[in-house]
Design a protein around this ligand. Structure first.
Ligand SMILES: [Cu+2]
Length: 127
């Protein structure tokens, strides 16, 4: 268990907010699905993510760059895959890198109490 936690922590890196320029493009089309490639950028506000659907391939490493564009602290978690960013403050960015092994549809959420229920959730589709 400790070992697993350490592994997850190692995967979560805080990157400088220099990445802010990128996510505005994603913000303009919240209904679109994001797909892997160079990685997925998603932002979160009260109380929604900039994309409701992410599509990735099984067996391929995926990097999700999550930016908190809201006022409160948020995170991006995929409970079924046991991966989550740290809970980050307004304006901060965190990166999540993992390799989904099994095709399926997984929920991603903000795990701060009440936030998923208020709208911070979406689908990660692993093909
Ligand atoms: Cu949140």
């Amino acid at each position: 268990m400790v070992r697993q936690c350490a592994r997850i922590l190692a995967l979560v890196l805080i990157v400088p907010t220099g990445a802010l320029a990128f996510y505005h493009k994603v913000d303009e089309s919240p209904a679109d699905s994001a797909s892997a490639g160079d990685g997925i950028r998603v932002s979160g506000t009260e109380y929604q993510f900039s994309t409701g659907e992410m599509v990735v391939r099984a067996g391929e490493e995926v990097t999700i760059t999550f930016t908190n564009a809201g006022r409160n602290s948020h995170n991006l978690a995929i409970p079924e895959l046991d991966v989550t960013t740290k809970t980050i403050k307004s304006g901060k960015t965190a990166t999540l890198t993992f390799t989904p092994e099994t095709p399926g549809t997984y929920k991603f959420i903000c795990s701060v109490p009440g936030h998923a229920r208020s709208g911070m959730h979406g689908k990660l589709i692993v093909k």
